[in-house]
Design a protein around this ligand. Structure first.
Ligand code: ARG
Length: 470
């Protein structure tokens, strides 16, 4: 048991207590961030004359060696240390001797873990953003391909009006675009450095917090020292952004599952992205979409978990906050895995254009357009609605669609109908004449696609300029 704080104690920690308290099992993931934070801290200490240049260089060299050895697998981060901070410090002292003992001057594990987590989340914001951008590129390519793939649009999961697959996919494009914007907002707000806040009340050493912040690529130092060590808002904001990403993926997955059913047959999943049944030879199941939908609950759980952990904490640091790590790490792994897999699944699925178009043709998706036809010929909309309602009933009785009713029968229902009604209620007209901004008509969709293409070309991935975290 390697602890940093033995001095005040006369007894060994109980073994179970030690294990219960230790975080090395999971915070070993932060080794790069912990070393990066320490590097910046000693550089600042030397600049301020708190360490000599020789001490600084010895420590920097030792830290570089630890990083290299952990990365290469030569040095294992083992459970004999309480946490990643103790691991790095103990190893450093082992390597460089006396100067290593000065690393923790003017620092507490409270501001140390705070900077580790900020660096980690900051990097993961970039990773998540990069994956979302990949998904958006895939969606855009699909939109371009399906600008005139007609399909029914649904409300209440009942056929409503005809749309195009490009419009439907474009809705998801907007969702994931907003998700990226949320990540960028979070990044702006959280990119400040808590190092130098100490345990909670700063320190009497003349630290240059702005310099440390600058070395680590932060926009500046955090303000209040008590807030600096006890703030986990950025963790919760990130989890809430991930929860929304998962919610969007889950809705999309649900649609893929429905479209992939034998009843719909709108889509065929690639063999590489579906699985079979151990008993039913005919089966090809959409397990990936189901798992993405299922794992959404796990990410929501992480968000609720962190909100609940934080809600009763008095200022400043409390050990409860150690609970941030496992849930966040799991949520990040889960969400990132889901985005990647979903992107692969979407890129390889094949849409059955013929089936989708046929489906758009039945179910009276052009009933609104029949009513609009009457309105354009002077009938008030409310009357037109009721006339077409009767027409639909007439069609249901005969098992035909509106465009299959002969003109004289249409006229018997309403004399305003003329020959040109067939053109007005054709699938093509229903879609292509919907030219309101944001609508499915080709001219509008081309604009939407061009704007999306421009957005993808312009919006850089978070942190792409490359902050130094190692
Ligand atoms: N393992 C701790 C955490 O994750 C590090 C900070 C410990 N600070 C302390 N005063 N015990 O939050």
């Amino acid at each position: 048991m390697a602890q940093l704080w033995g001095g005040r104690f006369t007894k060994e920690t109980d073994k179970l207590v030690y294990r219960f308290n230790a975080s090395i099992d999971f915070d070993r993931r932060l080794y790069r961030e912990d070393i990066a934070g320490s590097r910046a801290h000693v550089q600042m200490l030397a600049k301020q004359g708190i360490l000599t240049e020789e001490e600084r260089d010895a420590i920097l060299q030792g830290l570089a060696g630890i990083l290299e050895d952990v990365e290469s697998g030569k040095l294992a981060v083992t459970e004999e240390y309480e946490d990643i901070h103790s691991f790095v410090e103990a190893n450093l002292i082992e390597r460089v001797g006396e100067p290593g003992k000065k690393l923790h001057t003017g620092r507490s594990r409270n501001d140390q873990v705070a900077v580790d987590m900020r660096l980690y989340i900051r990097r993961e914001l970039g990773e998540t953003d990069r994956l979302l951008k990949g998904l958006l590129k895939t969606l855009l390519a699909m939109m371009e391909e399906h600008i005139d793939t007609y399909m029914p649009g649904f409300t209440h999961l009942q056929k409503a009006q005809p749309v195009t697959l490009a419009l439907h996919l474009g809705a998801y494009f907007e969702m994931f675009k907003r998700d990226r914007q949320r990540l960028a907002d979070i990044y702006e707000r959280m990119n400040y450095c808590p190092l130098g806040a100490g345990a909670l009340a700063g320190t009497t050493y003349p630290l240059d917090r702005e310099y440390t912040a600058q070395l680590l690529g932060f926009a500046g130092a955090t303000a209040n020292s008590m807030d600096s060590v006890s703030d986990r808002d950025y963790v919760i904001e990130y989890l809430s952004a991930l929860a929304l990403v998962m919610m969007h993926l889950s809705r999309f997955s649900e649609e893929v599952i429905i479209w992939n059913t034998n009843e719909y047959q709108f889509v065929e999943l690639d063999d590489a992205y579906s699985t079979g049944s151990s008993i039913m030879p005919q089966k090809k199941n959409p397990d990936i979409a189901e798992l993405v939908r299922g794992k959404t609950g796990r990410v929501y759980g992480a968000l609720m978990s962190m909100l609940t952990t934080m809600k009763g904490l008095p200022l400043a640091y409390n050990k409860d906050m150690q609970e941030d790590k496992e849930v966040v790490f799991d949520a990040i792994d889960t969400a990132k895995g889901c985005i990647s897999l979903f992107t692969g699944m979407a890129a390889t699925m094949k849409f059955r254009k013929d089936v989708m178009e046929r489906s758009a043709r039945n179910g009276f998706t052009n009933a609104t357009d029949a009513a609009d036809y009457l309105v354009n010929h002077g009938v008030p909309f409310r009357d037109a609605h009721s006339i077409v309602g009767r027409l639909v009933l007439y069609c249901i009785d005969r098992g035909i669609s509106i465009e299959e009713v002969p003109l004289e029968e249409l006229k018997a229902i309403c004399p305003v109908f003329e020959e040109d009604v067939y053109e007005a209620v054709s699938l093509k007209t229903c879609v292509e004449k919907r030219l309101t901004a944001g609508g499915p008509g080709r001219a509008m969709m081309e604009q939407e696609i061009a704007a999306s293409r421009e957005y993808l070309a312009k919006a850089p991935v978070i942190g792409e300029k490359g902050e130094e975290t190692r």
